[in-house]
Design a protein around this ligand. Structure first.
Ligand code: 4NP
Length: 161
């Protein structure tokens, strides 16, 4: 089996979008028997919520879809992440810009927007649900879960080669 691919989901606060993306991807990888093929983590470019669990609405939304993200704790993106991961997958364009601005010279990780990288064509950015309601969190779940499904399909195809 090839070396595990290391993917870091990145958003602003690491309490809404990126922990939901981490949870969705982990769950789909596990269900496909590919838990060992991809290492998944998440981080935020901001530090307001470091050490906190995901937003209660994110926890509730993930739980409705059978995924437990209550044990995750927010952390801030650190310089070493740019070498420890293969890909930093960002929730929106401003996060991607902040990630690229923070990349140390010569860092090996690539960075991209999660939805286009996952093959999701209908939109490129995951809207920030923080000031919204449960419907906004459900919309985020739909987006991150679609990207997760595409990443798993791609990983499965790669693993069979
Ligand atoms: P996230 O959402 O980036 O999806 O985790 C946010 C969480 C907190 C804040 C902004 C966005 N905040 O400003 O505290």
């Amino acid at each position: 089996m090839p070396a595990p691919q290391r993917l870091l989901m990145v958003c602003l606060g690491n309490i809404c979008r990126s922990p939901m993306a981490e949870g969705a991807l982990r769950a789909r990888l596990h269900a496909a028997g590919l838990g060992m093929a991809v290492e998944v983590d998440s981080a935020g470019v901001g530090r307001w919520h470091v050490g906190n669990p995901p937003d209660p609405r994110a926890i509730t939304c993930a739980a409705r879809h059978g995924v437990d993200i209550a044990g995750l704790r927010a952390r801030q993106l650190r310089p070493a992440d740019h070498d420890a991961f293969d890909l930093l997958l960002c929730a929106d364009a401003s996060v991607l810009q902040a990630v690229r601005a923070a990349a140390p010279a010569g860092a090996r990780a690539r960075s991209a927007l999660l939805l286009p990288w996952g093959g999701f064509a209908a939109r490129t950015e995951i809207p920030d649900p923080y000031t919204g309601g449960m419907a906004d969190f459900e919309h985020v779940w739909t987006l991150v879960d679609a990207a997760a499904a595409a990443i798993v399909a791609r990983t499965a195809a790669h693993a069979q080669r």
